[in-house]
Design a protein around this ligand. Sequence first.
Ligand code: PMP
Length: 432
Amino acid sequence: MHQPSNSPANQAAFDRACQFIPGGVNSPVRAFKGVGGTPVFIRAADGAMLTDISGKQYIDYVGSWGPMILGHANESVLRAVREIMQYGLSFGAPTEIETQLAEKIVSRIASVDSVRMCNSGTEATMSAIRLARGFTRRNTLIKFEGCYHGHSDALLVKAGSGMLTLGVPTSPGVPADVAKHTLTLPYNDPDALLSAFEQFGDEIAAVIVEPIAGNMNLIVPSDLFIQTIRQCCDRYGSVFIADEVMTGFRVAKGGAAEYLSFTPDLITFGKIIGGGMPVGAFGGRQEIMNHLAPIGGIYQAGTLSGNPVAMAAGLATLTGTEIEGFYPLLAEKTDYLAAGLRQVAKDNGHSLLVKNVCGMFGLFFTEATSVDTFQAVMACDNEKFARFFHGMLAHGVYLAPSAFEAGFVSIVHDREILDKTIEIADQVFKSL
Ligand code: PMP
C-alpha cells in the first residue's frame, strides 16, 4: 500500500500555511487548483527525488519549475554556494562573479553581447520590455495567447501557466490603460502576425514570445512563425524579444535560439542561470543594451541584483551543463521517458500524445495526433489529466499539478528512475 501524499501532517502544514499565507502558497502554480487536492509540502530534495514532510519520496519532474537541470542538491552547486557564503551574502557593489556569469551567458548565446542580471524571470521580461519601448520610443507590445512571461502588468494579458489553470485570462488590478498597449495574437500563426504588423507596424515596440511554449503544456512552433516574427521586426523596426526564461540552457547548449536557428534582438533568462536561487537576466545586441542606465537613460535597478551567492549557484549549474555530450544525453533520457509513456498509454487503450524537446516534455490527453495551437491545448481532457496526476502522485511521481505546464527531466534521472516512472504510469493507466 502506498503512503498517501496528503498525510495528516501535510494537511496540518497546509491548514497552518493558509492562516498566514494567501491560499497557503507563495506562487499560485504550487496550489493544486487545476487538479484538486492539497499541495504536498516538501522537506528535502536530492538528485531526481523529492521527500515530503511525512517522509514519502517522489520522482520529481518539476525540478523547481526548471532550474534543477543537474538534479537537486548537486554537490558542485552546493560547494560553490558554501564557498562564496563565507565572504558575506551581499555587498551592493560589483563583484567579479557577476562578470563571470555574464561572460558565461554571452559565450553561450550567439545573439547576446552583454547581459544585465536581475532577480526573477518576471523582472527580466518587464525590464526587457521597458528597454525595447525606450529604444523604439513606441508603446505597443505584441504577445501571444497562452504564453506566460511573468506577472508584470503589461504581460498578464491572456497569459499561460497559473493564469490558465485558474481560468483568469487577464488579471484584475491591471489597469485597462496599461493592458490596452498589449496586443495578444494567436501563437504559431504567422498570418495573424503579418496582419497585425500591417495594421499597427509603426506603433509596435516589441514582440515577446516563448520560442518554445512551456506554459500552455508544450508547443514547438513552426519555423515559419519564428521567421515571420524576425521579418516583421526587421521591416518595422520593432524589437524581437525571445523569452528563454524556461528554454534557455534547457533545450540546447545555446537555448531555443540555437535549437530553432533564429536571432532575436533581446533574450530573457531565469531558472537555470540561478541554479535554484532567485535570478533573472536579460541581454542582447549592444546597440540596444547600451540604452540602459547608467550608460543610457532607460532605468532598471535592483538592491540584490547580481547577488554573489545566486551568481555562484548559477555559474556552477551552467558549468555542470558543459560536460561533453550533456544535451544529447538529456534529450536521450527524455526521449526514453516519452517513448515509454506513449507505449504504456497505448497498451492500456488511452489516447495520450507525448511531446518532448531535449529536457522538456508535455503530456496531452487527446485523440489528436498533433497539438500546435492554444485552442488544441484547451481541447485536451484536463479531467483525465487530473486523475492521471493523482494516480502518479499516490505512487510517488511528482508531476506539475496542471495540464498546462511542461515537465522537466534532469541529467540525474537515470534509467532505473525512468523505468520506474514508466512502470508506475502503466499501473495508473490500468486504473484510469
Ligand atoms: N517567462 C517564462 C517563459 C516563464 O516560464 C516564467 C516562469 N515560469 C517567467 C517568465 C517568470 O519567471 P519568474 O517566475 O522567475 O518571475
